[in-house]
Design a protein. Sequence first.
Length: 177
Amino acid sequence: MAISDKKIAFLLTSGVEQVELTSPRASLDEAGATTSIVSPSEGTLQAMEGDWDHAKTFDVDVPVTEASVDDFDALVLPGGTLNADALRLNEDAVELVKAFFAADKPVAAICHAPWILAEAGVAKGRKLTSFVSTKTDLINAGADWTDEEVVIDGNLITSRNPGDLDAFNKAIAEKLS
């Protein structure tokens, strides 16, 4: 299967760090993949630049309650403090993350997004990275946290922040090809 045959779910809600959505999505779209925004929110989502400044809005393609791991080849979890905090409290979002791990499909998470991995109980025993402020939470969830640009542990890809997007995007594309 070429990357052009792949369907990628981007799980997010309002408060997503815009560039952590747009950069990986553009990279995958340009490679021919089909990307969809999956969300517990309805209608449109408010993206952010950092935690305070409103950026663009994005339409939800698939409500998380209707999303199935069987419909996608991989899951991308963009960060943003508000987005990541809201998603880890949403039972349907957490269940979708668990389903991707149970199906052994690629999951890529950047910045604050790995918080949901702790909530889903899938961080334990995994080597990963994230934004430094989530380090203690992930270690307490049993993860082997490290401060690296990109960390690949089986089908899990993680990165620290927007400065790592080139390496993050490359790792996702390589995993899917």
